[in-house]
Design a protein around this ligand. Sequence first.
Ligand SMILES: Cc1cc2nc3c(=O)[nH]c(=O)nc-3n(C[C@H](O)[C@H](O)[C@H](O)COP(=O)(O)O)c2cc1C
Ligand code: SF4
Ligand code: SF4
Length: 272
Amino acid sequence: MKAQISYFTGTGNSLRAAELCRQALEAAGYETALSEIRRGSVPDLNGFDFVGLCCPVYSLGAPRIVREFLQSLPAVSSPVRAFVLATAGDEQDVGWTVQEAKAALTAKGFDVVLADAVEMPNNWLPMSYVPTADEAAEILATAEAKINRAVAALLAGTRVLRPLNVEKYGRVRSAMLHGAFHRLGVRRLWFLFRTNDACNGCGKCARICPTQSISMVDGRPRWSRTCEQCLRCMNFCSLRAITQLEFLGKGSTRNHYHEPHFVPAGLEALTD
Ligand SMILES: Cc1cc2nc3c(=O)[nH]c(=O)nc-3n(C[C@H](O)[C@H](O)[C@H](O)COP(=O)(O)O)c2cc1C
Ligand code: SF4
Ligand code: SF4
């Protein structure tokens, strides 16, 4: 039996969720591969017994790169069981993420048996509170237990399909927040990254960006429009030199976060 889990992550939460799912599937006898979602690479998911997707919530919806990935997936010739597990800073703020991923997979012929979200530490520095290391450890412990329960239900054949939470914002406000980020924000926010005087030109942000959206120009990072707003660069800059809309919430002074197991490609080669 073969399974494949695709993931996108900025700060490691969604990779951790994918890894826990992989471990549980392997323990149940599935040979399971993890595959990072990259622009332009489309896996052939025919021939798998199980397919999974783990990704963060961005302003009540799926990241643009994940949406594009789902749209570009070739249809499967016979139904393949699939699951979606979104990671969110607040489990009540998931918006349409799991519904849109489920709809996209269903349209391609997958049989989505689990579509849910799990609360993991928030990483949205410019806009919201980011937990301390102790708070994050507590949130992660609860999240890991929930992920393990979800995969156990999945393997037991229980269908878990998360309903859309419209109580918190209502459909209209949710649609506005979601639309503002997805139609405008992700296309413009890259332009609003800045560095402060703490930047020493080390180039770490450019090396670890999952979409290669940063180039170093005259010893300083320069962002480009392929940026997905994953905030890996900002959270991993140990000098807190990256800012974005600093006047809103003084994001650079907030706690910075990444999942403790997470070592992004490019980081291991650096001496920080
Ligand atoms: C641009 C951006 C938008 C976000 N929007 C939301 C949101 O609408 N609701 C929410 O609960 N968390 C939101 N978050 C928090 C992340 O979804 C959450 O921390 C996630 O687990 C990060 O996953 P990762 O470590 O795999 O990147 C946002 C984070 C970013 C960077
Ligand atoms: S990681 Fe931080 S200090 Fe290093 S180049 Fe990027 S912004 Fe500057
Ligand atoms: S530039 Fe920063 S926020 Fe944008 S995709 Fe790269 S690491 Fe993520």
